[in-house]
Design a protein around this ligand. Structure first.
Ligand code: PAF
Length: 283
């Protein structure tokens, strides 16, 4: 595995690989890899000839008072995991190269970013789409893989890729969970043992909704109040949002249909956990 930090070296290398007719699979991350990332890499390996992983903690997607300064990092461990998974190129750019002095260009997806995390974290998606567009231009991937845990992020990136005619296939991969159902996230490391236990309330709440749906309840407000009740039982949990939205438009729905997704963002202590579930699928 080659580790490259310089943007133009990376871009030239990827362009040369494409000229040789090699298909590039790309997994962009902020590092501190977990099983969810590893599932993206395994699928990426299957779908391309050259597997590229980027690790970059992107400052523009963090708001004031968020965890940019303490975002977990362990480059030696990540590099070893990447090597073991068969990553060919690991791209680790510097902040000052991605956003040099005078940087002034941002990508903004309208509409889809108004609701859910977009409403809760102003500017977050502008940072995500800007860096992903830049990474796509550098890495020149044929296919890029993202986790469905960040459901809104995936929808926003699909929209951007389509709207800007970027020649990249976007693949969304299923949520990977711990044995007790907590969705895997690099941020889970912030949780104390007790908070970690409280975090299971999210999947419990999803299961409650699924059970009620199976018994014929499809009123969104009723289902949401079930979630609120379950999360409310945990002493350190506070809800940012619980919403039932259309999977494509991300607009709120009054009644559950085959296109509905339940989305949750809950702080446990100061750690923000997100989770979601397509309500037509089994939990
Ligand atoms: O999902 C993430 O880890 C980040 O939002 C991404 C897509 C790598 C952009 O920084």
């Amino acid at each position: 595995m080659e580790i490259i930090s310089d943007i133009s070296t990376m871009q030239q290398r990827c362009l040369a690989e494409r000229r040789k007719g090699r298909r590039i699979s790309f997994v962009p991350t902020m590092g501190y890899l977990h099983q969810g990332h590893l599932s993206l890499l395994s699928e990426g390996k299957r779908r391309g000839d050259l597997l590229v992983l980027s690790i970059f903690v992107n400052p523009t997607q963090f708001g004031q008072g968020e965890d940019l300064d303490k975002y977990p990092q362990d480059m030696p461990r990540d590099a070893q995991l990447a090597r073991d998974l068969g990553v060919d190129l690991l791209f680790t750019p510097n902040k000052q190269d991605i956003y040099p002095v005078g940087y002034a260009t941002y990508v903004n997806v309208e509409g889809l970013t108004d609701n859910l995390c977009g409403a809760n974290r102003p500017g977050h998606f502008r940072g995500v789409t800007t860096v992903v567009a830049k990474l796509f231009n550098i890495v020149q991937p044929d296919v890029a893989l993202f986790g469905r845990k960040d459901f809104q992020q995936l929808a926003v990136i699909r929209r951007m890729t389509c709207d800007l005619n970027l020649p990249v296939e976007i693949v969304g991969m299923p949520i990977v969970r711990e044995a007790d159902g907590l969705a895997m996230s690099s941020r889970n490391i912030y949780l104390s043992a007790d908070q970690r236990r409280q975090g299971v309330a999210l999947i419990d709440a999803i299961r409650l909704v699924k059970k009620e749906l199976n018994q014929g309840q499809s009123d969104a407000a009723t289902l949401i109040s079930l979630v609120e009740g379950r999360i409310g039982q945990e002493p350190e949990a506070s809800i940012d949002y619980v919403q039932i939205c259309h999977a494509d438009t991300l607009q709120d729905m009054d009644r559950v249909t085959g296109d509905s997704v339940l989305l949750l963002a809950v702080k446990v202590g100061s750690t923000r956990l997100i989770d979601n579930h397509y309500l037509c699928e089994e939990v």
